[in-house]
Design a protein around this ligand. Structure first.
Ligand SMILES: [Zn+2]
Length: 329
């Protein structure tokens, strides 16, 4: 996949770049490595199947996460996080990653861990680093079922590079704004269709133990990509993932998060909203507001991928605020 030549400003325009997450992440290659290391340094779980692009962690019996580290060695095989959820009859893989090799590798890990290749895989949204590697799940003649929303399917089809997902495998459309129960055999996984990071996002929830694969609705210690985000919907979607009891969150990017880290991420979203509302109220342009903004306090060491990260947040909030029917609301 030729990420380097993708022009995010053509045709579909800035808001709908099909590679926006990956584009942000790849921009990291030009930045110093020190900051992102702090974002990935704290994982306490044992790392399995360690590769240049990341590793697998066991979260619970039959549940594993993949934590992607594309920046360590500029390896973009997976780029986003994902996971493996096993039942007695089916094995669900989460995300299909940047490259087919990434999906094939996760499937090989599933085979080693569970004794079987994934029978199903779910992609959380249309961004290239989450979906471009889908064909990797077809290696060895396997044909797992793909789960995604119709909106995500349409956004993939409209993407700059028209990634070849269609007809590769059987697929199931998730209903918008609804929860779909997927019975893996002795374990039911909830696939919740929502929106916020993009026009269509899916969160995957395992109950007992409580594990949430949040896609890019949640990031851990990395400033999230708002390029395609609706910041109001994002906050609502994230709030819907909040749990009272202890829960493990697998973010789209960054290390596996505790409930405490999830709440810190919510606080980050609130902090950015507050900063944008104040700047908007003063009459500052979003460009100037983003330029002047500095991360501080508990967010001081959060990793900013590229110069475009902060402007995207302020621009998204200004767009939302300018569309408000209630002034100052
Ligand atoms: Zn994304």
């Amino acid at each position: 996949m030729n990420l380097g030549s993708t022009d995010c400003c053509s045709r579909r325009g800035f808001l709908k770049s099909s590679v926006s997450c990956a584009g942000y992440l790849l921009a990291l290659a030009s930045l110093g490595p020190a900051t992102f290391r702090s974002a990935f340094a704290s994982s306490e779980r044992e790392r399995m199947f360690v590769q240049d692009w990341g590793w697998i962690e066991k979260l619970a019996e039959g549940v594993w996460s993949h934590i992607s580290t594309p920046f360590e060695q500029s390896d973009y095989t997976t780029v986003c996080n994902g996971g493996i959820i096993a039942g007695s009859r089916r094995v669900l893989a989460v995300e299909s990653f940047q490259r087919p090799r990434g999906a094939a590798w996760l499937a090989e890990c599933a085979k080693k861990l569970t004794g079987r290749w994934p029978t199903d895989f779910v992609v959380t949204h249309f961004h290239g680093d989450h979906v471009s590697g889908s064909s990797g799940y077809l290696e060895s003649g396997q044909k797992p079922t793909m789960w995604l929303t119709k909106t995500t399917r349409d956004l993939i089809a409209e993407g700059e590079d028209r990634r070849e997902v269609k007809s590769l495998t059987s697929e199931v459309s998730l209903l918008a704004d609804e929860v779909t129960d997927l019975d893996l055999g002795g374990r039911v996984v909830k696939l919740s269709a929502t929106r916020g990071h993009t026009d269509s996002d899916v969160a995957i929830e395992v109950v007992d133990p409580n594990v949430v694969f949040a896609g890019d609705l949640v990031w851990n210690r990395l400033v999230p990509n708002y390029r395609d985000a609706d910041p109001v919907a994002l906050k609502q979607a994230v709030a819907s993932l909040a749990r009272e009891s202890d829960t493990i969150y697998v973010p789209g990017h960054g290390v596996t998060a505790s409930l405490k880290e999830f709440r810190l991420y919510q606080e980050f979203l609130d902090t950015m909203e507050d900063a944008a509302r104040r700047a908007h109220g003063r009459g500052d342009s979003w460009e100037a507001a983003a330029k002047a903004y500095r991360l501080s306090g508990k967010f001081e060491d959060w990793f900013v991928f590229a110069d475009s990260v902060m402007p995207a947040i302020f621009r998204a909030w200004y767009s939302a605020l300018d569309g408000d029917t209630q002034p100052g609301g």
